[in-house]
Design a protein around this ligand. Structure first.
Ligand code: ZN
Length: 293
């Protein structure tokens, strides 16, 4: 089954429920850039969170999640839009720990100190930027905290990735439940108890639950609003990399020409390679000089 995001209303329309799978998107990037299991697990969680957040947006809006923890993986970045396009990147994809307890793994991989930044481009003058500290690096709780503090929406989140012995994701996905304003207290308690009694998201997905099944499991009366295909999409291009090289300034471009001659650049998100010949670099060098850089 390909990746999908399902949006629904549940608990007598008092709660918004989102459920997503990101297995294919995660494996695509994991295979291309040879992610180690702990890094793949971490990136998968953040990509599922990104896809869900994308689902909360409208039309041309986009969201970028940035996680800067003190764990070995370094910075994680995920971009998503309202139409199921996601891409993700981890600074150190070759990061792995053998802890059986995923909590210890998350702590070592992502870290337990640091910041989460959410940048939403809502096509207004200024982007919306929200920050919260990392709580435990397990991502789900970190983002539940983010929503309650930064956006003041009571939120429950579950995210999970199951990696096989070959280092590929068997499943990757998650769900999010948000209470709408004026939800009666007993419904909040009911949802809380329901979540506690449910299997983990990885267990549900690996036993064959679809996102829709998960939503129905969360709320029997759930009304499905929409189902969106989720896909890995990168908007990198040679032109964007040329701009990146240009911004290094003439001195540094000269160094590249003198030392390396041709230059290969690789997109950290999708692994695409862009080649710049000496002639192209000289052109960029001249442009940089002209611009006084
Ligand atoms: Zn790319």
């Amino acid at each position: 089954m390909s990746d999908i995001l399902v949006k629904a209303l549940g608990y007598n329309s008092h709660a918004r429920i989102y459920a997503v799978t990101t297995t294919d998107a995660l494996n695509l990037i994991g295979d291309r850039l040879s992610y180690f299991p702990s890094a793949l697990d971490a990136l998968g969680r953040v990509m599922s969170m990104g896809a869900i957040m994308g689902g909360t947006l409208k039309e041309r809006e986009t969201v970028t999640i940035r996680i800067d923890g003190d764990g070995q993986i370094g910075r994680i970045i995920v971009d998503a839009d309202a139409h199921g396009a996601i891409r993700g990147y981890a600074e150190n994809p070759h990061c792995h720990f053998e802890y059986n307890d995923f909590r210890l793994n998350a702590k070592a991989t992502i870290g337990s100190k640091g910041m989460i930044t959410v940048i939403k481009d809502l096509k207004l003058k200024e982007p919306f930027i929200g920050y919260t500290p990392i709580i435990n690096g397990e991502i789900a709780e970190d983002f539940a905290y983010y929503y309650s503090v930064s956006e003041q929406v009571p939120t429950a989140i579950a995210l999970g990735v199951l990696v096989d012995t070959e280092g590929r994701a068997v499943v990757s996905g998650g769900f999010m439940i948000q209470l709408l304003p004026n939800t009666p207290e007993e419904i909040a308690v009911e949802i809380e108890n329901k979540i506690k009694s449910m299997p983990t998201i990885s267990e549900m997905l690996s036993s064959g639950f679809t996102p829709e099944d998960i939503i129905k499991n969360i709320s029997k009366d759930a009304k499905i609003l929409s189902t969106i295909p989720v896909e890995f999409k990168c908007n990198c291009s040679k032109e964007k990399f040329a701009k990146g090289i240009l911004s290094l300034g003439s001195k540094e471009i000269k160094d590249i020409i003198d030392e390396d001659h041709d230059c290969n650049t690789t997109c950290h998100f999708c692994g695409s390679e862009y080649h710049f010949t000496d002639e192209e670099l000289i052109e960029l060098y001249n442009d940089a000089k002209k611009a006084g850089k």
